[in-house]
Design a protein around this ligand. Structure first.
Ligand code: HEM
Length: 221
């Protein structure tokens, strides 16, 4: 019966899966775009884009050290959380790649286009991400799989906030002729909005999952 309960509650609703894959595709897309730009600068981008590209090219090694492990981490997350190919070795890679992504994200924020507003968002959400990753690792050591999975899900949900910032930035870019806001003004706001959306959605999902589990257990008892 216990098995039945956990199988029922571990199914992901369609909206969550759609949001997850949306974030994964955006994350991988931005990494590929940035890598191509670092390797072969285009020289044909509009001036605003070109100046952003120049910023990342000025610390290309750090940028690569952030985005390559980040992309690997996102793919590992997809395999572990959605694909359910739960190999020990995938999990063994998940934690160090997550830690590298978080550590390099702090370093990247030294050049933050959005200044202190962006840095403050990185401080809050990246710390929350690393804390969640640490808790997941702790429950892994204690051999508590369901709590480990809960904290892994939380960590990945927060981290994918980086993808949600992109459509938000897109709206700011599209409306910049009216608002007269440039990337320096809106990058930080987009970071706060994107990460807040993901952090809230993942908490609501984990909360509803817990409630379902409690109801199922009550029905069984
Ligand atoms: C906790 C999660 C993360 C945080 C806090 C974070 C933070 C940052 C920061 C502060 C920058 C520099 C932005 C600037 O200079 O204004 C950056 C750049 C970048 N990050 Fe992350 N990052 C995270 C996760 C990810 C993930 C999961 C990916 C993709 C798989 C990613 C891909 C990139 C890319 C491609 C850039 C270069 C800028 C661009 O091309 O738009 N990051 N990140």
């Amino acid at each position: 019966m216990q098995q039945h309960v956990s199988a029922e509650t571990s199914r992901h609703p369609l909206w969550l899966l759609a949001g997850f894959w949306f974030c994964v595709v955006i994350s991988i897309g931005v990494v590929l775009r940035r890598l191509i730009e670092l390797i072969r600068p285009s020289h044909t981008a509009p001036p605003e884009m070109a100046s952003l590209d120049a910023i990342f090219s000025s610390h290309a090694v750090l940028t690569a050290m952030h985005i390559i492990p980040a992309a690997i981490f996102v793919l590992l997350s997809a395999a572990l959380l959605v694909g359910r190919s739960g190999g020990e070795w995938l999990e063994w890679l998940f934690f160090p790649f997550g830690a590298i992504t978080g550590a390099t994200a702090y370093a990247m924020s030294y050049w933050a286009v959005g200044g202190w507003v962006e840095r403050s968002a990185v401080l809050v959400f990246n710390t929350w991400f690393l804390f969640s990753l640490g808790r997941a690792y702790w429950f892994r050591l204690r051999r508590e799989p369901s709590r480990k999975r809960e904290w892994m899900t939380r960590a990945v949900g927060i981290l994918l906030g980086i993808a949600t910032t992109r459509p938000v930035m897109g709206v700011f870019f599209a409306t910049s002729s009216r608002t007269h806001l440039g990337p320096q003004q809106f990058f930080g706001v987009a970071f706060w909005i994107g990460f807040s959306i993901n952090a809230s959605v993942i908490e609501l999902w984990l909360h509803s999952k817990r409630r379902t589990q409690i109801h199922q257990l009550q029905a069984v008892l």
